[in-house]
Design a protein around this ligand. Structure first.
Ligand code: EPZ
Length: 415
């Protein structure tokens, strides 16, 4: 059976360039549908979710060439075809096509998206927001059909700063008549990067990265090239592996101002952390200090995507740490698998109490979702003996080559 194997006990040392960002490239790929011509993206990670998004875009008529991290998308001819159900079920980002196709064509048909099993993940905020812009959306809880004679600008106050909903509104608003104002918008770096891409394409957007974003629609768009930034969560994952296994690593190809909360957490864990704008260094003697409370929050708070990898590090802590998950209700399940490696983790509601242990032990475990799978590799890197991670397809969705990368740093890991 397919599994990722890790022989623990090898410190990580050396320098590594981090792959491009999954959560940045996916909405930008959807945004390429807005322009009736060519968009070229570089530093694109060669991960399952990108291939899935390529399949979705080809189904609606986009012609795509993807070689060696460079993605060329020709959206000259786009049609309101049904988005393939098997792709929609695999990946939450398929919902981005709703805003993009409504903006480009005035109609879209898709289904409720799948993706990681980390919570209920409704799309009510997406649908309410697009309706506020004039879209007529029929939704039977499974299939979604949307049409809009003409999208118009609106003032939209989000009840929660949803990353995906903010992205969907941005894509629709760029093509809508008039001004759209998003209040309580998500402030994640992925929003900032999407806005920078759209501005480069010709869109008029103000307030990127703040809680209020203003978009004046229908400006002429143009052929655009854009470099995808490094993946801040993949970088955080590799720093976590070095913290757990011990060692001294330097990661490049990232924009560290996007990682402040994560770098600060590792420093508070007792690691020696330093950084400049485009590289981060972490040195660990494997003496992990407990953290009294880490609460996941919308950006600039501690990111939910780093919660499981941090849990894996704190499993080695010298005392009791507490993690509170405030974004996805099903995202503490990684603790169940870590317990199979000897970790002492108790979960109650949205909190996990982690009583650190000097050693964890290799075991047969299972990746429940993308980041939980990566967290198991983090824990395994510091464990005694061999760990086998089943169902590693989840990891391949977001990590281009976690085996190649950690081996380059001295880890013993292979598929
Ligand atoms: C994006 O998911 C990311 N995915 C997630 O990364 C990330 O964890 C999340 O943002 C938060 O940062 C991609 O970018 C592809 P949300 P998204 O909408 O857009 C609730 C990974 O591991 N909500 O901000 O789905 C929702 O249930 C993935 O790379 C509604 O209630 O996140 C959740 O509790 C996992 N109604 C909260 O908001 C809605 O209509 C945050 O969701 C939408 C969201």
């Amino acid at each position: 059976m397919d599994s990722l194997k890790v022989q623990g006990g090898y410190p990580l040392r050396g320098e590594l360039k981090v792959q491009g960002s999954k959560n940045t490239v996916l909405p930008i790929m959807a945004a390429a549908v807005l322009y009736k011509g060519v968009t070229v993206l570089t530093n694109v990670p060669m991960i399952q979710d990108v291939y899935c998004m390529i399949h979705i875009l080809e189904a609606v008529g986009v012609r795509i060439i993807f070689t060696d991290h460079c993605l060329a998308l020709d959206a000259s001819e786009v049609r309101a075809a049904e988005i393939p159900l098997e792709d929609v079920k695999k990946m939450r980002s398929s919902i981005m096509l709703l805003g993009a196709l409504l903006g480009r064509l005035g109609e879209a048909a898709t289904s409720y998206p799948g993706g990681c099993s980390i919570g209920s993940r409704p799309i009510d905020i997406h649908l309410e927001s697009l309706r506020a812009m004039g879209a007529e959306i029929r939704d039977d809880g499974s299939r979604i059909r949307a049409c809009a004679g003409k999208l118009h600008g609106a003032r939209i106050a989000l009840r929660f700063p949803s990353v995906g909903a903010t992205e969907n509104i941005l894509l629709a608003a760029v093509m809508a008549e008039g001004v759209t104002v998003i209040e309580n918008a998500a402030r994640e770096p992925e929003i900032t990067e999407l806005c920078l891409f759209l501005q480069k394409m010709g869109a008029r957007i103000a307030g990127a990265g703040t809680g209020t974003i203003r978009i004046r629609g229908q400006s002429p768009l143009r052929e655009t090239g854009y470099q995808i930034p490094g993946d801040r969560i993949v970088a955080g994952t590799y720093l976590a592996a070095a913290a757990a296994a011990g060692g001294d690593v330097r990661l490049t190809g990232i924009y560290t101002p996007y990682m402040t909360a994560v770098l600060d957490a590792f420093r508070r864990c007792g690691c020696q952390v330093s950084w400049d704008r485009e590289a981060a260094c972490l040195r660990s003697e494997r003496r992990i200090q407990p953290l009294s409370l880490v609460s996941t929050r919308p950006y600039p708070g501690f990111p939910t995507d780093m919660q499981s990898p941090l849990m894996a590090v704190l499993a080695y802590g010298d005392g009791v740490s507490v993690i509170e998950e405030n974004i996805f209700e099903g995202r503490l399940d990684c603790g169940i698998q870590l317990r199979r490696m000897g970790a002492d983790i108790r979960v109650e509601g949205s909190r996990a109490w982690i009583s650190g242990k000097k050693e964890l032990y290799g075991a047969c475990v299972e990746a429940g979702d993308l980041r939980a799978g990566a967290a198991l590799a983090v824990a395994a890197a510091g464990a005694q003996g061999m760990t086998s991670i089943a169902d590693p397809g989840h990891i391949r969705r977001g990590y281009e080559a976690i085996d190649r990368d950690l081996r380059m740093l001295g880890g013993k890991i292979w598929w």
